[in-house]
Design a protein around this ligand. Structure first.
Ligand code: SF4
Length: 350
């Protein structure tokens, strides 16, 4: 399969253009067609010489994703199922916020982390996404917003979170190069402060992140307030102890000068005990994290459920009274199977 042109950063594209015997400004024109006015087809690149397009076509593809399903929730959440060139599918989501959109991206087809509450986990890992396939999710979501703007959303700058299918730290090279393309003003020009990786916290992945030059935000999904709780909910990342995951995330946050976020999925009877809230508060005392409490978005073939509102508020209260900033983040799109990996699974089963 040919490489996607969207996997190339500016320097590589300049080099490619020069290597094919064309002046450097052609590389800029090409990027305009890929990012500023995405055309999605070679014949739309009207100011490029036919010979240049022929040369590019021989080696590269520009269409890496096809929308197979688009669902819009009553709460405005939009969920997309994209088919890749090899027939695999991945999901992306547009989440409407007060004044901007948040794009939730996938980094892998499937996932090896086996988290108990996640539909993506059920099929295991199929493959890593290429950086161009990640970049194209952003372009497709931007295009969707251009065609059908979110009511009341005035900001043209989305937040981007790697919180869809896959463990982003298991595919760090492609995730890092896709982020470089997203942040490059000559490509998508997104703001670094608006990009965030959400990880289940495997130790080797966190160490690689710490050694990288990737200075984007980090959310660590903890899954338990001690090692055995964590292992029962998140078996693979649970091989790293809670304190090691927190230490590594804290060191990363200090290096980039940003407070980290701990994500805590609230599951009735499993992760909503007030004792767990007290343990979590102890764990986070004097550590620079805030907590996002996320009531479970239940799967349609599983008996795990979110706790009621009273329990959710009580859990939050324990944290805030202990001096930990804790926020309840409702998961959107319950009516459109927006839980991670659910649409993908339904598509596979059909
Ligand atoms: S929650 Fe995230 S890390 Fe865990 S299995 Fe699902 S996609 Fe993978």
């Amino acid at each position: 399969m040919k490489e996607l042109l969207h996997s190339l950063g500016t320097a590589e594209m300049d080099e490619l253009t020069a290597g094919l015997g064309h002046p450097r400004y052609r590389s800029g024109q090409l990027r305009d067609w890929l990012y500023r006015h995405p055309v999605g087809a070679w014949d739309g690149m009207t100011n490029l010489p036919a010979r240049f397009i022929e040369q590019l076509q021989e080696r590269y593809d520009i269409e890496g994703l096809k929308v197979v399903e688009r669902r819009v929730s009553r709460d405005g959440t939009r969920k997309f199922l994209f088919e890749l060139r090899d027939g695999q599918t991945v999901e992306s989501v547009i989440i409407p916020m007060a004044d901007h959109a948040t794009f939730c991206l996938s980094s892998q087809v499937g996932c090896a982390m086996a988290c108990r509450f996640c539909a993506t986990a059920r099929g295991g890992l199929v493959r890593n996404l290429k950086s161009g396939e990640i970049v194209q999710q952003v372009i497709a979501l931007q295009q969707d917003l251009a065609d059908d703007p979110l009511p009341g959303c005035h900001s043209a700058h989305p937040n981007v979170v790697f919180m869809g299918m896959g463990e982003p730290l298991d595919n760090l090279p492609a995730v890092a190069s896709s982020i470089a393309i997203m942040l490059d003003p000559a490509c998508l020009g997104l703001s670094r402060r608006r990009v965030r990786i959400s990880t289940s916290g495997p130790g080797d992945g966190l160490r690689k992140l710490l050694d990288s030059e990737l200075n984007v935000g980090l959310t660590l999904s903890l899954g338990g307030s001690n090692d055995s709780e964590r292992k029962s909910i998140m078996p693979v990342p649970g091989r790293t102890s809670v304190s090691d995951s927190l230490d590594l995330a804290e060191r990363y946050g200090k290096r980039i000068g940003r407070r980290g976020t701990v994500a805590w999925v609230l599951i009735a009877g499993k992760t909503d005990h007030l004792e767990q809230a007290r343990n979590l508060a102890d764990l986070l005392a004097r550590r620079p994290f805030k907590v996002n409490l996320i009531p479970l978005n239940p799967l349609d073939d599983d008996d795990l459920a979110a706790p009621g509102q009273e329990r959710t508020l009580a859990f939050q209260k324990v944290l805030t009274e202990a001096g930990v900033d804790a926020f309840i983040r409702a998961s959107g799109g319950r009516d459109i199977a927006a839980a991670c990996g659910q649409l993908h699974r339904r598509h596979q089963a059909s």
